[in-house]
Design a protein around this ligand. Structure first.
Ligand code: ATP
Length: 547
C-alpha cells in the first residue's frame, strides 16, 4: 500500500466510523483543526486517563520504581489557557517561539522555510531549484512536471533535463541561490521572499481593552502554568523535591502549514510533567524519564519497531536545554525510514524557575544571565518571587532542575490509529472477495470495550437476557448493544470500531444445552477465537482485560 493510499484510507475510515471529522466541515472546514466523533472522543479520553493513571494516580511514592534514582512524589494541576502575558515574555515564547516562513510574491502563499523541499534541475546552462509541496510519493513527479513546463518542454523531452540526486529543503540553499528558486505554486523563478520570523502564538484580547494593553496569548504549551504555580504547589502540599507535577490540557500554535491529519494541528492537547529535582541528580532523572516514557508507548500497544528514541544533536537543542530526546514513531505519511515526534523529553536545567523569578534569561550567555535591554534593565522582568526550594532535612536552598516529558495527545491518537489499522481480504465460496478493516487497539484504549448481541432479535427470551447482561456491564465499561443484522455483520461493525470483545447470548445461554445454562460466547477481535464464559464471571473477566 502506498503512503498516500494508506493515509487516505485512515482519514476516510476515521470519518466514516466517527473517530474524527474536520472542524466546521459543513462550511468547508478550517485547516489545522479537528473534531473527535463518538468513537474518537472515547479513544481520546482513554489515552488521557491511561496517562493520568500511570504517571500520577497509581504512582507509589513509598516505593522506588525500577531504575529510578530514588522514590518521588507526584501531584496534578489544571491551569488556565490564558495567563498573564508576562509569562510568555519570561518563558522566551514571546521573543523566540517562531518559525521562519517565506512568502510567494506572486501567489501570496506562505511556506515554512525548513519544510519547502526541492531539487536542482538543469537544462543546458540554466540550473534552477524546483520546490514542491507534494506528498513524498508524488514529489518527483511534481518536480519533473513543473520543470518541463518551466523549460517549455514536453513530457517526451524529459531526457533533456538533468535532476540532481539530493532532495534539499529551502533553508539549506546558499543565499545567493534564492533567485533561482521556482516556488511550489508559480511558473517563474525568484518569487519567494527571504525568510521572516513568524510567531506561533495566537493573540487575543482580555476584557474590553482592545489595544496592546489588553493583549494576551492562548498558551502554546501547558508547561508554563506548572512553573508559575511551583511555589503554590510547594506551599500548599507536603511534597518534597524530587517531585513531578502532571497536567493535561489544550495548547494552541498558529502553525504555518498544518498537515498530515492531526500530526500538526493548530489546536491540540498535551500531557506534560514538570519534574523538579536536585541539580546533582538531574542527569539520572533525565535518563529515568526517557526510558519510562518510551516503555509507556510500548505498553500501550505501539509496535516497538516503529518507535525510536532519538537524542538531539547539540545544535538542535532549545535555548534552555542541557539535553533533549524525542520519542518518535514511523507515521504512515512519512517515507520509509523517517520518523515523527510523539513526545519530547527535555532536561531544562533551572531556566524556567529562574526566568520567572529573576527575568528572562539570555539564551546566548553561559552561564545563563538575565537578558538586558539597551538601558541595562532586564528585557522582560520576572515576578521577583523567590522560586528557590529549601530542603527541610539538609537546610540546603537551591533552584531545582527540571525534566519535562511532554507528549501530544493528538499525535498519539494518530499513531495508535495507524498502528491499529489492518485490512484483510477474504473470498467466499462464490468467489466474491471482501475487504474488511479491523482496528487492533490495545483493549485499554479501545473506544468500546465490549459488544453485546442477542443471537436473534425476534426471540424475546434472548433479547431479555442480552439486555440484562448489557445492564450489568454498562457503567463498568463502554458497551455497545446491537441486535441489527446477521451476527457476522455485527462482529464486522465492532472490528471496524476496534472493540476487543463481543458477547453473544444464544440458545445455550437459555439452557438448550443444560451444562451451558447462563454462559455466553465471548469472541476475541484479533484472532476470531471464541470461548464460553459464565455470566456470573463475565464482568470480572472483562475488567481484568480492558483496564
Ligand atoms: P515539532 O518539532 O513537531 O513542531 P515541537 O518540538 O515543537 O514539535 P514540543 O514543543 O516539544 O513540540 O511539544 C511537545 C509535544 O506536543 C510534541 O511532541 C507533540 O506531540 C505535541 N505537539 C506539538 N506541536 C503540535 C501540533 N502542532 N499539533 C499536534 N501536536 C503537537
Amino acid at each position: 500500500m502506498t503512503v498516500e493510499n494508506l493515509m487516505d484510507k485512515l482519514v476516510s475510515h476515521c470519518k466514516a466510523n466517527g473517530f474524527m471529522f474536520q472542524s466546521s466541515e459543513i462550511y468547508g472546514g478550517l485547516n489545522g483543526f479537528w473534531d473527535y466523533g463518538p468513537l474518537g472522543v472515547e479513544l481520546k479520553r482513554n489515552i488521557k486517563e491511561a496517562w493520568w493513571k500511570d504517571m500520577y494516580q497509581s504512582h507509589n511514592e513509598l516505593a522506588c520504581p525500577p531504575s529510578a534514582p530514588s522514590t518521588y512524589d507526584m501531584v496534578g494541576l489544571d491551569c488556565t489557557i490564558i495567563m498573564h502575558p508576562q509569562v510568555w515574555k519570561c518563558s522566551g515564547h514571546y521573543d523566540l517561539f517562531h518559525d521562519f516562513m517565506v512568502d510567494c510574491r506572486k501567489t501570496k502563499k506562505r511556506y515554512r522555510f525548513d519544510q519547502l523541499r526541492g531539487r536542482w534541475v538543469s537544462q543546458g546552462p540554466q540550473r534552477i531549484f524546483v520546490t514542491t509541496m507534494a506528498e513524498p510519493e508524488q514529489e518527483q513527479e511534481d518536480i519533473a512536471r513543473r520543470a518541463l513546463k518551466f523549460f517549455n518542454l514536453r513530457s517526451k523531452d524529459i531526457e533533456r533535463l538533468t535532476f540532481e540526486e539530493r532532495v534539499l529543503t529551502f533553508d539549506k540553499l546558499d543565499e545567493s541561490d534564492r533567485a533561482k528558486v521556482l516556488g511550489p505554486d508559480t511558473e517563474e523563478i525568484g518569487t519567494l521572499t527571504d525568510p521572516r520570523e513568524f510567531n506561533l502564538m495566537f493573540k487575543t484580547y482580555v476584557g474590553a481593552l482592545s489595544g496592546e494593553e489588553g493583549a494576551a496569548f492562548l498558551r502554546p504549551e501547558t508547561a508554563q502554568g506548572i512553573f508559575v504555580n511551583f511555589k503554590n504547589v510547594v506551599d500548599s502540599t507536603r511534597i518534597r523535591v524530587p517531585f513531578g507535577v502532571a497536567q493535561v490540557g489544550k495548547s494552541f500554535r498558529n502553525e504555518i502549514t498544518p498537515r498530515n491529519f492531526t500530526f500538526r494541528s493548530r489546536e491540540f492537547e498535551q500531557m506534560e510533567i514538570e519534574f523538579f529535582c536536585h541539580p546533582s541528580q538531574s542527569a539520572n532523572w533525565y535518563q529515568y524519564w526517557r526510558n519510562r516514557r518510551l516503555q509507556w508507548y510500548k505498553d500501550l500497544g505501539l509496535d516497538s519497531d516503529r518507535l525510536r528514541l532519538r537524542e538531539h544533536d547539540h545544535d538542535e537543542l532549545s535555548h534552555y536545554s542541557c539535553g533533549t530526546a524525542d520519542i518518535e514513531y514511523a507515521f504512515p505519511f512519512l517515507p520509509p525510514g523517517e520518523y515523527g515526534e510523539l513526545e519530547g523529553i527535555a532536561h531544562r536545567g533551572d531556566f524556567d524557575l529562574r526566568s520567572h523569578s529573576e527575568g528572562k534569561l539570555d539564551p546566548k550567555k553561559r552561564p545563563l544571565e538575565v537578558e538586558l535591554d539597551e538601558q541595562g534593565n532586564p528585557k522582560h522582568r520576572g515576578s521577583g518571587k523567590d522560586l528557590t526550594y529549601r530542603d527541610d532535612l539538609t537546610n540546603e536552598r537551591f533552584i531545582p532542575h527540571v525534566i519535562e516529558p511532554s507528549a501530544g495527545v493528538d499525535r498519539l491518537i494518530l499513531a495508535l490509529i495507524s498502528n491499529a489499522f489492518q485490512e484483510t481480504t477474504s473470498t467466499d465460496d462464490k468467489g466474491k472477495s471482501e475487504t474488511r478493516t479491523v482496528m487492533k487497539f490495545h483493549p485499554r484504549v479501545a473506544p468500546v470495550k465490549v459488544g453485546i448481541f442477542p443471537l436473534l432479535k425476534n426471540k424475546p427470551e434472548l433479547v431479555a437476557k442480552a439486555r440484562e447482561v448489557f445492564q450489568t456491564l454498562r457503567g463498568q465499561m463502554m458497551c455497545f448493544y446491537d441486535d441489527a443484522g446477521a451476527i457476522g455483520r455485527r462482529y464486522a461493525r465492532q472490528d471496524e470500531a476496534g472493540t476487543p470483545f463481543c458477547v453473544t447470548i444464544d440458545f445455550d445461554t437459555l439452557g438448550e444445552k443444560p451444562e451451558l445454562l447462563n454462559t455466553v460466547t465471548v469472541r476475541h477481535r484479533d484472532d476470531g477465537k471464541q470461548e464460553r464464559i459464565p455470566i456470573a464471571e463475565l464482568q470480572g473477566w472483562l475488567l481484568a482485560r480492558v483496564r
